[in-house]
Design a protein around this ligand. Structure first.
Ligand code: ATP
Ligand code: MG
Length: 239
C-alpha cells in the first residue's frame, strides 16, 4: 500500500476509534462507572517505541479505557527549536497507533492557535469528556522533573493524575528530592517503570541525519514515512 493510502486508512481507523470512545463512555456512565482516560502529550518528532510502550504500560497499570495521543502544536519549551510541521507529526502518530484499538490521536493542540500548555489541554479534555471521567496525564520522568516550570501546575494536579514513566531501577527517592514542588503535590505523582526509556526522538533524528539505522526503535510505518518524506535531512533540525 502506498503512503497516502496508508495514512487515509489510519485516519479512518482513528475516526472509528473516536466513535467507539463516545459509545463506551456513554455505556460506562450509564452503568454508573467512571471512564478512565490516559492523555499522552508530546512533540512526537518522530513518535517511537518509548512513547508507545509507556502508553501501553500506563493503560495496563491504571486500567485505562483509552489513551489519547495529543501531538503538540507549538510546544512552549521547544519554541526556539526547528520542529517538523504539525501535520507530519500528526500523520506519523496516526500510523504508529493504528493497530492498537485503545490508542487514539487527537488534533486538539494542532488545531489550537498559540503555544500548547498542558493545563489548557487537560482542561479542554475535562470539558469535552464530562465529569464522569478520570484523567491520567502520562509523561516521561525527564519531563516531569521540570514540572515546577509548567503553567498552573497546582490546577493541573487538581484535574488529573500525573503518571511519570521511569527506567527500571530508577532511584525514586532521589528523583523526588529533585522536584521543586510542595510535598503534597509530589506525592500525587504516580511512577511506573518502563523498559524502553533510552529511546528518544532526538537520537532518532540524529541517526536519520547520519544515515544510521533506526529500525526497531520505532514502527516500520513511521520509519518508511520518514524516508519517503525526507525528514531530518537538515542538521539544524536533526539535533
Ligand atoms: P525529544 O528528544 O525531541 O525531546 P522525546 O523522545 O523526548 O523527543 P517527546 O515528544 O519530547 O519525545 O516526548 C513526549 C513525552 O514522552 C514526554 O512526556 C517524554 O518525557 C516522554 N518520553 C519520551 N521518550 C520516552 C521514552 N523512551 N520512554 C518513556 N517516555 C518517553
Ligand atoms: Mg523530550
Amino acid at each position: 500500500m502506498d503512503l497516502i493510502a496508508q495514512i487515509s486508512q489510519a485516519a479512518i481507523i482513528n475516526q472509528h476509534k473516536q466513535q467507539t470512545l463516545i459509545r463506551e463512555y456513554q455505556e460506562t456512565s450509564n452503568a454508573g462507572l467512571v471512564y478512565r482516560l490516559g492523555i499522552m502529550g508530546g512533540t512526537f518528532d518522530p513518535i517511537h517505541y518509548g512513547h508507545l510502550v509507556t502508553a501501553e504500560s500506563a493503560r495496563w497499570e491504571f486500567k485505562l479505557n483509552t489513551v489519547i495521543f495529543i501531538p503538540s502544536g507549538r510546544p512552549p519549551h521547544k519554541a526556539e527549536k526547528c520542529i517538523s510541521d504539525a501535520e507530519l507529526r500528526y500523520q506519523m502518530t496516526l500510523l504508529a497507533t493504528a493497530n492498537n484499538p485503545s490508542f487514539i490521536v487527537s488534533r486538539l493542540e494542532i488545531d489550537r492557535p498559540g503555544s500548547s500548555y498542558t493545563v489548557d489541554t487537560v482542561k479542554q479534555m475535562f470539558k469535552d469528556m464530562g465529569h464522569l471521567t478520570d484523567l491520567f496525564f502520562i509523561t516521561g520522568a525527564d519531563a516531569v522533573l521540570e514540572i515546577s516550570t509548567w503553567r498552573d501546575v497546582a490546577e493541573l494536579f487538581g484535574l488529573c493524575t500525573l503518571v511519570a514513566a521511569t527506567r527500571p531501577g530508577f532511584d525514586l527517592i532521589e528523583t523526588k528530592q529533585g522536584f521543586d514542588l510542595p510535598g503534597n503535590l509530589i506525592n500525587k505523582i504516580r511512577f511506573i517503570e518502563v523498559p524502553m526509556l533510552a529511546i528518544s526522538s532526538t537520537d532518532i533524528r540524529n541517526r536519520v541525519w547520519a544515515g544510521k539505522p533506526v529500525r526497531y526503535l520505532l514502527p516500520e510505518s513511521v520509519k518508511d514515512y520518514i524516508k519517503q518524506c525526507l525528514l531530518y535531512q537538515n542538521l539544524e533540525c536533526a539535533l
